[in-house]
Design a protein around this ligand. Sequence first.
Ligand SMILES: [Zn+2]
Length: 185
Amino acid sequence: MIFEHIIWSAAFAILVGTLVERKWGYVLPIWIIWACCSIPDIDYIFQTFMFKVFSALNLNSFVIYHGDFHNIVMIIVLALVFAWALNKYLKIDYNDAFICVFLGSAFHVFCDYIVYTQPFCPISPRFICEIHGLGLFTETGSWHGIGEVSIFVAGVAFLLISFCLRFYYSENKWIETSPAYCDGV
Ligand SMILES: [Zn+2]
């Protein structure tokens, strides 16, 4: 599940933006939710680079493995770090950035949870890891090895629903209330 995260997160970002705007009249920079759709998978990059070096040094337990960033503690850490960077370099409101990075990362983990059947450690890495994914879809990498057609189609359906809701609530003022809204950029 690589490509599908982009579709599912776009749908989720539009849905969140619409509901927040509807409920509180506040426009969140929801492009950040979308842009953060694969941030927890940074752990895979860490694993790739750390594994060879650390295992050669017999320090296996210090290697960050794929899955280690898929929990609440690491999502908060990632949100703190990325919100700081977005605030510093793009002048985005820190709280907005934190909320959006948090939601984007949390939604990524939620998607992994409903697709895969592997055990998850929901609280922190390697701590209480008895919760298994729901496995609602069968991941076979059927689409060029980067995606699964059924997950992709479900994502497109979710995206269409979000678009419809957005159009419905924004009374067709799509441009003024565009999800591409980005404060300060
Ligand atoms: Zn993941």
